[in-house]
Design a protein around this ligand. Structure first.
Ligand SMILES: *[C@@H]1O[C@H](CO)[C@@H](O)[C@H](O)[C@H]1NC(C)=O
Ligand SMILES: *[C@@H]1O[C@H](CO)[C@@H](O)[C@H](O)[C@H]1NC(C)=O
Ligand SMILES: *[C@@H]1O[C@H](CO)[C@@H](O)[C@H](O)[C@H]1NC(C)=O
Ligand SMILES: *[C@@H]1O[C@H](CO)[C@@H](O)[C@H](O)[C@H]1NC(C)=O
Length: 498
């Protein structure tokens, strides 16, 4: 009997032996994600310019866990057809990927367009559309052109205009082929970890440059959205931004910890979420008050958190069609010491202590524990804080040890999907789509190739970087095709997808 017939038989038997299942609506889109620096490679080929991540990983291999760089990564620049074939094998609706600003504009500036770069993304998008897969495109997933960083990068307000130039070029070229756009991926991460921590460009100016970055990113996002409304709304696309939120749970029921947790939510998600999603706009009140106060206390004449003009507040407010949400894990929050040193610091401004419960199952990333109920709480908090905006889950996933029998990843996805299901059907959260991070193993920033998030394993030792479906690929494929979370996942599926 052919594999297909066996599969159909299995599916029919399963359907009749059904216990009540958790199903999503018929058209609910499932997808997978990647990002250009983590996968594309070909960092200096076909006219691509250098990005801050190229520069940083070349200059500081000692800061990368396994001392590697992403010069080749998964070589998706050359193997994108294999990638699209694997996305198609999963039977998902869409593929979320990002475009390298420096591949299209090698210096970041609009006066020098790299036609080969445009051609490459046209080929990738066409290959997806041919396979019946919708492209969901991130304009900026952390890989700033180095020449713009030489001008100060996201801390220099001039970058806002340059970003809008780049975004307009993307709408002009790919607008008719792309229905969902994300301006930025995780500004909190790339502003704080990049300008206030150890990610590229590595400024380590916490509490100062990270706030400047955030300020300019918010303006760049909103100006892009308004530019889309003025010049491209006939395309009828959806434009959003992907924000990350770790669920922040009070460590105890004390009023202090409850307050600390809410403050921490405002300093993380609210930093970008409040100006865009709230009715009143602007930064969260608690950020404004605390950073203003700490700045004066530290001897500054003005706040380290910049101020928007009323026009800017209005421009940024409601500058979205949908909210992208990246959610991975949960942390516990308690009240901090309240001590403020003279050195500016985002962490001191937030003023809380975070921890993880030792009993929470671990993953291969120190910061990710498996805490599925945090997903539901995150969505419910967003619903209640911002009047239930439409949420597109743009990332959710976890790294586990190498190998194809990734039962732990199957369990992670299943548990998080059940939590998502509760958020939608019990709490009434508006969720438009779900994305697993990631399609395949890739270059996990400062963790190099040591953390594997993929539904497909990448064999970095093989000369052609062979991709192989894991058990989780089969599991996720079942969800994507049936729109239901299987109660007893049949491991036979694994052989079908391979
Ligand atoms: C591109 O970078 C590789 C290292 O990743 C280097 O070996 C090669 O010479 C570079 N090519 C060009 C054209 O600069
Ligand atoms: C706060 O700072 C003071 C003075 O530097 C120090 O003695 C005290 O231990 C600090 N408290 C905490 C909880 O860190
Ligand atoms: C993740 O896996 C890598 C490779 O096996 C290992 O070196 C590293 O210590 C692991 N990290 C965690 C947090 O488990
Ligand atoms: C290349 O990849 C294919 C499948 O992706 C595999 O069958 C083949 O053995 C690989 N070849 C080498 C030389 O690794």
């Amino acid at each position: 009997m052919s594999k297909l017939i066996l599969f159909i038989l299995w599916a029919v038997i399963r359907a009749y032996a059904a216990t009540p299942k958790q199903c999503f609506e018929n058209m609910f889109p499932f997808g997978v994600a990647s990002a250009v620096f983590q996968t594309e490679g070909a960092w200096n080929m076909s006219g691509k310019g250098e990005s801050i991540w190229d520069r940083y990983t070349h200059n500081h291999p000692e800061l990368v866990f396994d001392h590697t760089n992403a010069d080749v990564a998964t070589d998706s620049y050359h193997k994108y057809r294999d990638d699209v074939r694997n996305v198609k094998k999963l039977g998902v609706t869409f593929y979320r990927f990002s475009i390298a600003w420096s591949r299209i504009l090698p210096t970041g500036l609009i006066n020098e367009i790299n036609e080969e770069g445009l051609k490459y993304y046209h080929e990738l998008i066409d290959e997806l559309l041919k396979a019946g897969i919708y492209p969901v495109v991130t304009m900026y997933h952390w890989d700033l052109p180095q020449s713009l960083q030489d001008l100060g990068g996201w801390t220099n307000p001039i970058i806002v205009d340059y970003f809008v130039d780049y975004a307009r070029l993307l709408f002009q070229n790919f607008g008719i082929k792309v229905s969902h756009w994300l301006t930025f991926n995780e500004p909190r991460s790339f502003c704080h970890d990049g300008y206030g921590g150890y990610n590229a460009p590595g400024s380590r100016s916490s509490g100062l440059e990270d706030y400047l970055c955030g300020h300019n990113v918010l303006r760049a996002h909103a100006m892009t959205f308004r530019m889309y409304e003025r010049e491209f709304s006939h395309l009828k696309a959806y434009v959003g931004i992907a924000l990350d939120m770790v669920w922040l749970e009070p460590a105890t029921t004390s009023a202090d910890d409850q307050k600390a947790a809410e403050t921490a939510r405002q300093f993380t998600f609210g930093w970008f979420g409040h100006p865009i999603l709230s009715e009143e706009g602007d930064y969260p009140q608690v950020m404004r008050e605390v950073i203003d106060r700490n700045s004066i206390h530290q001897g500054f004449f003005r706040s380290r958190l910049p101020t928007f003009t009323p026009e800017e507040v209005a421009m940024i407010k409601k500058s979205y069609h949908f909210l992208g949400l990246n959610h991975y894990t949960t942390k516990l929050v308690t009240k901090g010491s309240g001590n403020i040193s003279n050195k500016p610091s985002y962490e001191d401004d937030m003023g809380v202590k975070m921890s993880q419960k030792p009993t929470w199952p671990k993953t291969n990333a120190t910061w990710i524990n498996v805490v599925p109920w945090g997903f539901r709480k995150t969505l419910k908090w967003i619903k209640n804080s911002f009047n239930n905006p439409p949420v597109f889950i743009t990332e959710n996933g976890a790294p586990f040890e190498a190998g194809l029998q990734d039962v732990k990843r199957v369990n992670y996805i299943e548990a998080y999907l059940r939590s998502l299901h509760d958020a939608i059907y019990k709490d009434g959260c508006r969720v438009m789509a779900y994305t697993y991070w990631s399609l395949m193993d890739n270059y996990e920033w400062m963790w190099g190739y040591s953390e594997r998030f993929g539904l497909f394993e990448v064999d970095y030792k093989s000369s052609n970087l062979t991709r192989s479906a894991r058990l989780s690929a089969a599991f996720y494929s079942t969800v994507a095709r049936t729109k239901c979370i299987p109660d007893n996942f049949n491991y036979y599926n694994y052989y079908i997808i391979n």
